[in-house]
Design a protein around this ligand. Sequence first.
Ligand SMILES: [Cu+2]
Length: 154
Amino acid sequence: MHSVKMKQVANLKCSVAVLIAIASVMILASTTSQAQHENVSARLVGTAAGTDAAPQVMIDNFVYSPVPLTVKAGTTVTGINPDDIPHTVDSAQGKFESAALDTDDKFEFRFTEAGEYPFYCRIHPKMTGKVIVQPQQLRKCSYLVLFPLTISAS
Ligand SMILES: [Cu+2]
């Protein structure tokens, strides 16, 4: 009689452990896929709007703004000159060079690699600005892919 009771308790403990294990896997799976989903939608929103929301460098009264402009790699940045004096947007590293921009003229450049991109106006070299390009966040995503694989493998 005593041993039967012990066996039942042991079985109960085992089933509770299995239930907890299943529940944890389900919770992990749901949070993981939710996180992945958020990550994906964030990326889609970013891509749709040109990675960041159509960033612009405006020129006003001999000043670029914002300085620095920070964007994610793959972003196209538009330089706009609403000033009534011509200006240019020239890379200090020789990576891009605009024509002389008259009033409301635009210049676009797509930054594909992370780094710092100082630029200036070749008509007024004292005018300087900078674009900071950050790498795309791929690390977080690969963790999320690897994590469920580790669970199912163990
Ligand atoms: Cu200028």
